[in-house]
Structures are given as structure tokens and as C-alpha cells.
Design a protein around this ligand. Structure first.
Ligand code: 3PG
Length: 213
């Protein structure tokens, strides 16, 4: 486990963010997440200019853990790292991309949901994997089944996580943290509803703490 793995595990939830207007929203969003006790973010390259959002969130809250998501090329890894990203998440397992991140010394969490992908991840000496898309790929039942032959991995499920199932996922010891967009939806960000984002983060943290008590 590296320091970033540990920070992610400690926070328990990682907001998956798509920021269309980083100039306007990066700073207040970073403040809103931190105010809700979730000083962590996966900023996805689904929106152009994700590197700008990463840069601005880090500038606003240097204490926050900010990573890049939906990273599918070495070029995006470079953009993310230049902007200050502290971890890289990709939707699938791309061996070249993982090795590139390892050469750069940045933690990388590739999406894996099958025994073959877990086996490839083992070869790459990974310890924490993204499990994506979680609910659509079999959810907690599949995560538990894969933990049989592969007990060495911790996983970070994303895709279909909500306040309703967060507790179930987190109560499984294989789960490092859960990722999701439910506390940072396009509506909430578009409407600059920072108070609601803080409230949803706080509620998520209460679930994390209740499960880990
Ligand atoms: C991701 O990119 O990790 C997921 O799309 C997040 O899934 P969600 O929107 O269902 O939370």
C-alpha cells in the first residue's frame, strides 16, 4: 500500500467528477467536498480540460487528494501529472498505460472486473484495482467471488454506487473505497449547489464511519 492508497482507504469515498467549467467551479467544488469531510476527487477526462480542473482544485485545496479519471492514453497521463494529479484511474486494464504510470511513479487504478484482468493485474504487481462498472458487472457478489482466488487485491468499485448501497459495499473487507458521481452530479455542479454537495459528502462520510466503527 502506498500513501495514496492509504488516503483513499481512509476517506472511503471518492467523488467522480466531470467539470465542464473549471474556471467557475473547481474552487468552490473543492471547498464543498472538503467541508463535507471528503478531501478527495477523481477528475475525469470525460470533460475536455480536465487538467485545468485538477490544477485549480489542487491550487484551491493543496491538502486535498486529486487524481485523474477516465485516462486512456499516455498523453493524458502527462497532462494529468503536469497539472498535479496524484493518481490515475482508467476504465479498463491497459498494460502499456499501467506500465507508463509505474515508470512515472504515480499510483494507477485500472478498471478490472474479470478473473483474466485480475490475473493480468497480478503480473503488473498492482494491489488496488478499480472495479468498473460495478453494479452492471455483478456488484458485490462478483467482487466477493473474485476475492476467493485473488485475496491480495483491494478494489475501488464505481458505477451505480449510491447512498443506498454504499454501506453494503464498504462493509466488505475487500473494498478500499467506493467511487461515484451521486454527490457531484451534473445537475448539482451546473446549479452550483455546493451546500447539497457538502451535505451528500457528509452523509457518505457518516456511512463510512458507521461501517468502520
Ligand atoms: C466512473 O467513471 O467511475 C463512473 O462512471 C461513475 O459511475 P456513477 O456515475 O454510476 O457513479
Amino acid at each position: 500500500m502506498n500513501q495514496v492508497d492509504k488516503q483513499i482507504m481512509e476517506t472511503g469515498v471518492v467523488p467522480v467528477i466531470k467539470l465542464e467549467n473549471p474556471e467557475r467551479d473547481a474552487r468552490p467544488l473543492a471547498e464543498a467536498l472538503c467541508a463535507g469531510g471528503v478531501p478527495a476527487a477523481e477528475v475525469t477526462f470525460r470533460a475536455a480540460g480536465a487538467e485545468e480542473a485538477i490544477r485549480r482544485m489542487k491550487a484551491a485545496r493543496p491538502d486535498m487528494l486529486v487524481g485523474a479519471g477516465t485516462v486512456v492514453s499516455a498523453y493524458q497521463v502527462d497532462l494529468a501529472l503536469e497539472a498535479g494529479a496524484q493518481f490515475i484511474v482508467s476504465p479498463g486494464l491497459d498494460v502499456d498505460l499501467v506500465q507508463y504510470c509505474q515508470e512515472k511513479g504515480v499510483p494507477v487504478y485500472p478498471g478490472c472486473t474479470t478473473a483474466s484482468e485480475y490475473q493480468a493485474a497480478l503480473k503488473l504487481r498492482l494491489e488496488v484495482l478499480k472495479f468498473f462498472p460495478a453494479e452492471q458487472s455483478g456488484g458485490l457478489a462478483k467482487i466477493k467471488a473474485l476475492a476467493g482466488p485473488f485475496p491480495q487485491f483491494k478494489v475501488m468499485p464505481t458505477g451505480g454506487i449510491s447512498l443506498q448501497n454504499l454501506g453494503d459495499y464498504l462493509s466488505c473487507p475487500v473494498i478500499a473505497a467506493c467511487g461515484g458521481s451521486y454527490m457531484v452530479t451534473a445537475e448539482l455542479i451546473g446549479g452550483q449547489n455546493w451546500a447539497e454537495i457538502t451535505r451528500l459528502c457528509r452523509q457518505s462520510r457518516e456511512i463510512v464511519e458507521a461501517v468502520r466503527k
